[in-house]
Write a protein that binds this ligand. Structure first.
Ligand code: 5GP
Ligand code: ZN
Length: 112
């Protein structure tokens, strides 16, 4: 399968890792939208948030545990935002489920 984030998860495409375990990888976004911007992915391919099912959803709970752990490690005590873009109108550009972890400035609400 030709998937950029599977390539990053498999180590064929280099990335700056911020967290890794058996199921999950987090790495710095190549085009950061905030002073801290990591992308958190399941290593096993899931195409998007629209493809989460009872069979594959356990990793999503684990990803939120990982996000809390990254926030502790990176000292994001002032707050952070987690974003998942899904599909064309949702702004998804990479077809592998991922969670943007953004912090380090006032992010504003609602988003544009
Ligand atoms: P999406 O637009 O699908 O929500 O998020 C995809 C994200 O992946 C974007 O923020 C983009 O900057 C990031 N990205 C795209 N290609 C690469 C890459 O090769 N390496 C890294 N580290 N991030 C990438
Ligand atoms: Zn993939």
């Amino acid at each position: 399968m030709d998937c950029l984030f599977c390539g990053i998860a498999g180590g064929e495409i280099p990335s700056t890792k911020v967290y890794e375990d058996e199921q999950v990888l987090a790495f710095r976004d190549i085009d950061p939208k905030a002073p801290f911007h990591a992308v958190v992915i399941p290593k096993r391919h899931i195409g998007s948030a629209a493809e989460i099912t009872p069979e594959n959803s356990a990793v999503v709970a684990h990803i939120y545990e990982v996000i809390a752990e990254i926030a502790r490690r990176e000292k994001l005590e002032k707050g952070f935002r987690v974003v998942t873009n899904c599909g064309e109108e949702g702004g998804q550009t990479v077809g592998h489920l991922h969670f943007h972890l953004l912090a380090g400035r006032n992010l504003g609400w609602p988003p544009g």
